[in-house]
Design a protein around this ligand. Structure first.
Ligand SMILES: NC(=O)c1ccc[n+]([C@@H]2O[C@H](COP(=O)([O-])OP(=O)(O)OC[C@H]3O[C@@H](n4cnc5c(N)ncnc54)[C@H](O)[C@@H]3O)[C@@H](O)[C@H]2O)c1
Length: 322
């Protein structure tokens, strides 16, 4: 089976390509390298194209017998999305509409969408279940929410079958050491700790120490990127066998505060973080924690790598050699 992976040169996309290739899928990666890296591509065919261009997309669907699309390509910086929302709606929303149109024109009916916990906004209760109200509080989250809102209409009218996977915090690196997290600029906690401990990022700031949590720092749910990647393969298999659209959280159901992550990183690496505290960032919520029950029951998903020490160990191994 041939599958298209948009954003396959990015962090989560590249790890998923690796899992798909291991299971003998034929993979065609579509990426414009705006934030991705050729060095992260583990195999498969590559088409350099921009999803904002309907013509470029059409050509890819004409050239490959694509049967399903896994759509990772997007811009992901929440802060930037406040400053330049148009950029986010063009890259994330408009691109996705182009992609869906090209899929429908080519008769492709299976779609796996990289959504985000950002669609929930300020949680009313944790752990967050999939039926929690959606109320994104930044343009990045809103762009994901809008695509999620569109998908049921496309299912009803055109028979498009989809799985929206709402990731919590993807973290860690390929346990075999081939791939890792490489964002520029890096806004995620664990890679920033790694870069700091390697001396590539002198000041390390924790945003907020007055959250209503036991140690005052924000609590997040970290999920190993290879566990995430495997969930995509399961979602694809399930979608094909059951032909039923779904929305599924991908998290670990276990939260760690920023300080707990820092202390674990110090333990794993044997190095000390030079800690400074700054104010909260706008839109940061105290606790984000997934209920992963549906992923376990519907997908049959088991997390193998999402222990925090292992996440940090794999991230550390990757950052040290890259
Ligand atoms: N990293 C996380 O913790 C996290 C959490 C929730 C959701 N997500 C979602 O997962 C997906 C992947 O995130 P990531 O961390 O791997 O990001 P990434 O920046 O590493 O990868 C995104 C990839 O998409 C490509 N791309 C972007 N715009 C494109 C366009 N218009 N045309 C073609 N290619 C384009 C980039 O070049 C890059 O290779 C995104 O949709 C993101 O919103 C990520």
């Amino acid at each position: 089976m041939t599958v298209m992976v948009t954003g396959g040169a990015g962090y989560i996309g590249s790890h998923t390509v690796k899992e798909l290739l291991k299971r003998n899928y034929r993979v065609v990666i579509v990426d414009n390298f705006s934030t991705g890296h050729r060095e992260l591509i583990p195999g498969g065919d590559l088409v350099q194209a921009d999803l904002r261009s309907p013509e470029e997309l059409k050509k890819v669907f004409q050239s490959y017998p694509v049967e399903a699309v896994l759509h990772f390509a997007a811009l992901i910086q929440v802060g930037e999305s406040y400053a330049d929302p148009q950029k986010y709606y063009l890259h994330n929303l408009f691109s996705s509409l182009n992609l869906l149109r090209a899929m429908l024109e080519s008769g492709v009916k299976y779609f796996i969408f990289s959504s985000s916990a950002a669609v929930y906004g300020q949680p009313l209760a944790t752990p967050i279940q999939e039926d929690h109200p959606l109320s994104p509080i930044n343009p990045y989250g809103a762009s994901k929410f809008m695509i999620e809102r569109i998908l049921p209409d496309y299912d009803r009218a055109y028979g498009l079958k989809y799985v929206s996977l709402r990731y919590f915090n993807a973290a860690g690196a390929d346990p075999e050491g081939q791939l890792g997290e490489w964002h520029q600029p890096e806004t995620h906690l664990i890679p920033n700790i790694m870069l700091h401990l390697l001396g590539r990022n002198p000041g390390f700031q924790v945003f907020g120490q007055d959250f209503p949590t036991p140690d005052g720092t924000a609590i997040r749910d970290y999920i190993h990127v290879t566990d995430l990647a495997r969930a995509h393969v399961l979602a694809l298999e399930k979608l094909r066998s059951e032909n039923q659209s779904q929305v599924i959280n991908l998290g670990s159901s276990r939260g760690y505060s920023v300080l707990e992550v820092i202390r674990t990183a110090e333990k794993v690496t044997g190095k000390k973080v030079d800690l400074k505290f700054g104010p909260r960032r706008p839109g940061d919520v105290p606790v984000l924690l997934a209920s992963s029950l549906k992923a376990e029951t519907w997908l049959g998903w088991q997390r193998e790598f999402s222990d925090l020490e292992f996440i940090i160990e794999t991230a550390w191994n990757w950052h040290r050699k890259s």
